[in-house]
Design a protein around this ligand. Structure first.
Ligand code: GSH
Length: 211
């Protein structure tokens, strides 16, 4: 089984954390050089995005779906779903929060031709998303307590992307000493999270080098 992944993609990064934490036999491969224009790549990823899991039965895209697929496909590997049903709902809620409220304004701010009014709105949306997140987090080492879950797989790379966004636009987007700020630090004490954040940092340095 392969995962088409890019080092800096927060969506691919979440799946890599799961692969490392679960110790899965999945190879990481880059997309083809012309993936953005390639019809062949669209056969694997109809949205034209990464990541894509290449399973023997066919490709699976959408990183939140891939995370849950890996849980069910490898039931003997360490689980990243909480045991308690309420906590399972909370884990899914945090993944949804990242996908619906945290990542979209960051994507807007990364676009080269976003006008000033749209950028201002995106910053307001991001600040709101972080405020909501503060109320969802446990205040412990991980998003939902003392164990790595799919919530951390999605959230830790997104907060790294948030830090990069904040540095780029020269604004503080996370209150110092807030729950989210504490979480961004404590989650990186997990070796799988730390490994993937280091991959994202290296990927960014590479992008800067090649322009
Ligand atoms: N909802 C998708 C989002 C994936 C996504 O947006 N990936 C970005 C990279 S971070 C991408 O492939 N963008 C297309 C492009 O850069 O042309 C998922 O969760 O997998």
């Amino acid at each position: 089984m392969d995962l088409i992944s890019l080092p800096v993609s927060p969506f691919a990064a979440r799946v890599r954390i799961a692969i490392y934490a679960k110790g899965l036999p999945i190879d990481l491969i880059p997309p083809p050089a012309d993936w953005r224009e390639s019809r062949g790549f669209r056969d694997l990823s109809p949205t034209g995005r990464v990541p894509v899991l290449l399973d023997a039965r066919g490709p699976i895209w959408e990183s939140a779906v891939v995370l849950e697929y890996l849980e069910e496909r490898f039931p003997d590997a360490p689980s990243l779903m909480p045991v308690d049903v309420f906590d399972r709902a909370m884990a899914r809620l945090i993944v949804r929060h990242v996908d619906l409220y945290l990542m979209p304004p960051m994507v807007v701010l990364a676009e080269p031709r976003t006008d000033a009014a749209r950028s201002r709105r995106a910053v307001e949306e991001l600040v709101d998303a972080v405020t909501m997140l503060d109320g969802l987090l446990s205040g412990e080492r991980y998003a939902l307590g003392e164990r790595l879950t799919i919530a951390d797989c999605a959230l830790a790379p997104a907060l790294f992307a948030l830090q990069v966004t904040a540095e780029r636009i020269g604004m503080d987007l996370v209150e110092p000493a807030s729950v989210t700020d504490g979480y961004a630090r404590s989650s990186r004490s997990d070796p799988h999270v730390a490994r993937v954040i280091a991959e994202m940092e290296e990927g960014l340095r590479h992008l800067v080098r090649v322009g």
